[in-house]
Design a protein around this ligand. Structure first.
Ligand code: PRP
Ligand code: MG
Length: 175
């Protein structure tokens, strides 16, 4: 709700020209660093989805790991990491995507999910939606089902929500 949005807004730093000119980087490290705010955000995500609506939490390397691990611990679930290319040691599925700046590939282990296992997918920021689209596709290719997708911050002018449609996105703050 509005209180959660205000909380996130109060803990984001705008960094101009990072990682390249004309990109306004949204830095959520101040939110991660504030124990009270971070716990409130994690609890808010759990409350939104309901702790019985998912079996496992998927975190997207790297900033999504922070949120995913906290939600998993708070709910007694496990974490499935979706990693940047070349980091996973066993057979993996790969999905490439165009990022706001550059291009990248994400991977997940082929045996990461049991059949139909319900995954809550989390990341810090939804920008163009390339990262999220690749991750949701990976979850399904690996046999999981997407129980929900939540980000702390959605940059709506970059059209990520449209790119993910008809899948839904829950964002604590949309700018
Ligand atoms: C950032 C952010 C999201 C993604 C959003 O990650 O943490 O994962 O970009 O962008 P998109 O919606 O346009 O795909 P980044 O790839 O910079 O790496 P990091 O999490 O490892 O810092
Ligand atoms: Mg990221």
């Amino acid at each position: 709700g509005p209180a959660m949005a205000r909380l996130v807004a109060s803990r984001v730093l705008d960094v101009p020209d990072f990682p390249k000119p004309d990109v306004l980087f949204k830095d959520l490290m101040p939110l991660f660093a504030d124990g009270v705010a971070f716990r409130a955000v994690v609890d808010g995500i759990v409350e939104h989805h309901g702790r019985d609506s998912f079996d496992v939490v998927v975190g997207i390397e790297a900033r999504g790991f922070v949120v995913a691990a906290a939600i998993a611990y708070a709910t007694g679930k496990g974490v499935v990491p979706v990693r940047k290319a070349g980091k996973l040691p066993r057979a993996a599925y790969a999905e490439s995507y165009a990022l706001e700046y550059g291009e990248a590939t994400l991977e997940v282990h082929q045996d990461a999910f049991t059949a139909g296992q319900r995954a809550l997918v989390v990341d810090d920021v939804l920008a163009t939606g390339g990262t999220a689209r690749a991750t949701l596709d990976l979850v399904e290719r690996a046999g999981g089902t997407v129980a929900g997708f939540t980000v702390l911050l959605e940059l709506s002018f970059l059209g990520g929500r449209e790119r993910l449609s008809p899948r839904g996105v829950h964002a604590l703050l949309t700018v």
